[in-house]
Design a protein. Structure first.
Lengths: 447, 463
């Protein structure tokens, strides 16, 4: 694959580019969906493609394609060079430089290729069964899904970047349905790992069932401002938003609530945040980022202060900083742009019971909805739909639904009063590992 | 203009036979060639200039209740047969002989000017026009960005029922975002313009959307916090239609219904809204963003009345779910690409114009909220809980629209909220959206005139 990437670079140079980079990937994957004890669908997939970035001085163009014949690559290279001619000159647009590579162990799990499809079907069925058997109020499962993939990625550039790696990943989830008194509730259970042997179908199934059953009889809470405990899945969604807002791309273009705030107090001391592209357990870990720059660990928020932004090569040059290895890429079809790798919130000292006790009277939020439309990424102001349980006298109370929680990202970070001991990986909107968080005050919009 | 099919009929027949070799009652091959290009302007500089070309095929076999699906990049007969081999169910179940293919000519939506044939410089020029218009809307416009995209999808579908057809779809879309900044306040405004049409869409004055987005951002500079609590809500026309899309449309998709994971399951024929409300899903609206000649299973798209005078009259079907309910497909089997299985999806969904004047609707509200437009929405069809992010909203006080509000979200439950719609406006507008479901994103149109909901929860920060 690296040879293919190298020859694509040569082709782009021949097509008139002053510099070029090729990102080639090969992927095979499968997905099993089960419902009611039978297989609903079984998918087998293979992908192969290349994306070429071409520079003409400070002008950049990009093209991708799936035709990897010599003629196909020539056509893609020509398109990339042509695209560069249309772009405006940008003094900071330069190709990445090669650097000594980082290493991450265990990115590839052999069980992905060892497990037969029949065995994967078994796993998905076990997830569904676990939910159905967990509680008599579980009326069914909307869908239980298992999916895995094995990817190989190669990057080469005319400036000497050359690297290749392999990684596997898999996940399983289900949406359980609980019923009582005519009402219907749903609950999500999920887990992810490098290979199917790392998944626990029982845990996934019973999490979905527990979440659905816990919501039975939920009512709308009264509107008020009060302490809120975010469970790790919800905390992770907000942390992913913060990870996006500290990307230098939005900061430099004045579209981030964190712009101009390096060194400032943006959070309480209870909130410590890192980006780590080398964590062996992180879904987005790799030896190098989407443009071949080595991944690393970067402190973002420590002692309540914003330490740095996340950079790729372009924003690094523009911000007079080095790339932090945070060029994200959604495969060969996309241009690289700044993105968090794995975001890690440091666990605190409080047990879950302690968090509830600290909260006293408030709301425990177990699910949020509408993040893509309810958050203004420029200002950080948000209002999103939520459901969960009340917290009464420092303990979990009745289920509540159909309310909003509102604040802004910086106010929320400053109001963090505690972090739980137990952290969990959550793949929503990014790759995040976080414990539950206690927020001193948020606005609840209900009845 | 008719183009040759992406696969030869003889190849398709061979692939279908191979797909059914291990058993199964239905097989299909879906071949696709996709080409697209996009560029953006930011900080008044043309950037992110890119293009892509992909081709590939997906083969599926349905055996019993199970769908076996394989997809490959490439359209060589060898690629297709490989996919067929992978999809072929080794079940030894009853085997159906594929019927000989009979070509059905679909008439793709007319495209006057293929964007591929428009010089790239003209597209950059369009973005510069947008940039200039947006920035000149006011001194407080601190940032402005715009993007242009074109996409063409040629598809061929052949199945074991003997259907052999195809479509050629071209879409273009521009989007703009303005950021306005004044003392201590930052606000954004966004707008889009898109269609299942060619570059002719941009004849006239496309740059008006730049001005609209900038005005929105400027208006919000004066915004105070949004209110909290239950109150009457008037929703604006156009993208306000995402309200019906989320509240009802998703719950009518037959996959959710058949699993009992929709609040509308078992409610066919029942009154779910006031008699003043009728709504459609229409994949045939000429040139609309969500329109196609045929769906991604080769079924002609149609205009489906889903709510008639408040009564629920139809669900939305693809082939698989239609077969289960023993009804014809409504032409709603859509897929993001050859890499995805078709599932029931909306096309252009809208509430038909009613009889209320928008001004009168607002005048009747002593204290409420006016949601002019949404940033998007989300629903859990099983519970019916939904949420909408308001991108432009105002307070209604004493029957008059007063100050703008930032950061509001509407939240509620489908059945209650649909039934609480007590006025539908005479005005009407369609807007473009991208709808995500099951990991697949497809273009959809949403539309309506002004609509009033008697009571709905507004979630802001001002308790």
């Amino acid at each position: 694959l690296i040879e293919l990437a190298k020859s694509a670079v040569e082709t782009a140079l021949a097509a008139g580019a002053s510099d070029a980079e090729a990102y080639a990937s090969e992927e095979s994957g499968r997905e099993v969906r089960v419902h009611g004890g039978t297989v609903e669908s079984l998918t087998a997939a293979t992908h192969r493609g290349v994306g070429i970035r071409a520079w003409r001085g400070g002008r950049v163009g990009f093209a991708y394609g799936t035709d990897l014949s010599e003629a196909g690559i020539s056509a893609i290279a020509a398109k990339a060079a042509e695209a560069a001619a249309l772009a405006d000159e940008d003094e900071f647009a330069t190709p990445p430089r090669p650097a000594a590579g980082a290493q991450v162990a265990g990115l590839s799990d052999p069980t992905v290729s060892e497990w037969s499809s029949a065995k994967c079907v078994e796993l998905a069925l076990a997830v569904e069964r676990a939910a159905l058997e967990a509680d008599s109020r579980i009326a069914g499962v909307e869908q239980a899904v298992y999916a895995d993939s094995a990817d190989r990625v190669a990057i080469s550039s005319s400036t000497g970047v050359a690297g290749e790696f392999e990684a596997t990943s898999c996940f399983a989830y289900l949406q359980a349905l609980a019923e009582s008194d005519g009402g219907r509730e749903t609950g999500l259970g999920f887990d992810l790992a490098r290979g199917p042997a790392g998944l626990d179908p029982e845990a996934i199934g019973s999490e979905g069932a527990d979440r659905a059953v816990a919501m039975i009889g939920a009512a709308k809470p009264p509107s008020r401002a009060c302490p809120v405990v975010l469970d790790p899945t919800v905390a992770a969604s907000f942390v992913a938003l913060i990870g996006g807002a500290v990307g230098a791309g939005s900061v430099q273009r004045g579209r981030s609530p964190f712009a101009g705030r390096i060194g400032e107090e943006v959070a309480s001391e209870a909130l410590v945040l890192h980006d780590d592209g080398l964590d062996p357990d992180g879904a987005n870990s790799s030896p190098f980022d989407g443009e071949g720059v080595p991944r690393r660990r970067t402190a973002l928020i420590e002692e309540g202060r914003l330490r740095t932004y996340l950079y790729d090569t372009y924003t690094g040059r523009r911000g007079d900083a080095a790339s932090t290895g945070n060029a994200g890429r959604g495969g060969y079809r996309s241009l690289p742009s700044v993105a968090a790798s794995n975001l890690l919130v440091a666990p605190g000292a409080l047990s879950f019971a302690d968090l509830l006790r600290e909260a006293g009277e408030g709301v425990y939020v177990t699910d949020v909805a509408g993040l893509h439309s309810g958050v203004n990424p420029v200002t950080g102001v948000f209002s999103v739909g939520a459901s969960g349980r009340t917290i009464e006298g420092g303990e979990l109370g009745a289920p509540v639904r159909e309310f909003t929680i509102a604040s802004d990202l910086v106010s929320m970070l400053r109001a963090v009063r505690g972090a739980g001991v137990e952290a969990r990986w959550v793949p929503f909107g990014g790759s995040v590992r976080t414990p539950p968080l206690l927020i001193g005050e948020m606005t609840i919009g209900g009845s | 203009m008719s183009r040759p099919a992406l696969i030869e009929p003889a190849v398709a027949e061979r692939v279908l036979a191979r797909a059914l070799a291990g058993g199964g009652e239905f097989a299909e091959v879906f071949a696709e060639r996709r080409r697209g290009a996009s560029l953006a302007i930011d900080e008044s500089r043309i950037e992110s200039v890119q293009s892509g070309a992909e081709e590939g095929a997906g083969v599926r076999v349905i055996a019993g209740g199970t769908t076996y699906f394989a997809h490959v990049d490439g359209l060589d007969p060898a690629d297709l047969e490989r996919a067929a081999g992978e999809a072929a169910a080794a079940l030894g179940s009853e085997r159906v002989e594929p019927r000989p293919l009979r070509a059905v000519r679909a008439s793709p939506l007319p495209i006057e000017r293929q964007p591929e044939d428009v010089p790239a410089g003209r597209k950059a020029e369009l973005l510069r026009e947008l940039d200039e218009r947006g920035r000149s809307a006011g001194g407080e416009i601190a940032q402005f960005s715009a993007s242009y995209m074109e996409a063409r999808r040629e598809i061929s579908v052949a199945n074991s029922d003997g259907l052999f057809t195809g479509d050629d779809r071209t879409r273009v879309r521009i989007g703009v975002q303005a950021v306005a900044r004044s003392e201590g306040s930052v606000e954004t405004g966004a707008e889009t313009l898109g269609a299942h049409r060619g570059f002719e869409l941009f004849d006239g004055d496309p740059a008006r959307i730049a001005e609209q987005a900038a005005r929105k951002a400027l208006a919000l500079l004066e915004a105070g916090p949004a209110p909290v609590g239950s109150m009457p809500v008037v929703v604006g026309g156009g993208f306000g239609g995402v309200l019906f899309h989320e509240m009802t449309g998703h719950g009518l998709e037959a996959d959710h219904v058949q699993k009992g994971a929709s609040v509308y399951a078992g409610k066919l024929g029942e009154q779910v809204a006031q008699p003043l409300l009728s709504a459609y899903d229409d994949g045939r609206l000429p040139g609309e963003w969500g329109s196609d000649a045929i769906d991604d299973e080769g079924v002609p798209t149609q205009k489906t009345l889903v709510v008639e005078d408040g009564r629920l009259v139809s669900f939305l079907y693809d082939r698989l779910r239609a077969r289960r309910d023993d009804v014809p497909s409504t032409g709603n089997g859509r897929r993001e690409s050859f890499r995805h299985l078709p599932i029931p999806r909306m096309t252009n969904t809208y509430i038909a114009p009613g009889e209320a004047e928008p001004e009168a609707m607002i005048a009747e509200v002593p204290k409420g909220f006016y949601a002019v437009s949404f940033g998007g929405g989300q629903v859990d069809p099983a519970t019916g809980d939904f949420v909408f992010g308001v991108s432009e909203g105002y307070l209604i006080e004493g029957g008059r629209v007063t100050r703008p509000c930032a950061g509001a979200t509407l939240i509620g439950n489908c059945l209650d909220a649909l039934n609480a719609i007590d006025a539908v406006g005479t005005d009407f507008e369609m807007k473009t959206g991208i709808c995500g479901k099951g990991g697949q994103r497809v273009p959809v149109g949403t539309g309506q005139g002004h609509v009033r909901i008697k009571a709905m929860t507004v979630g802001g920060t001002q308790a």
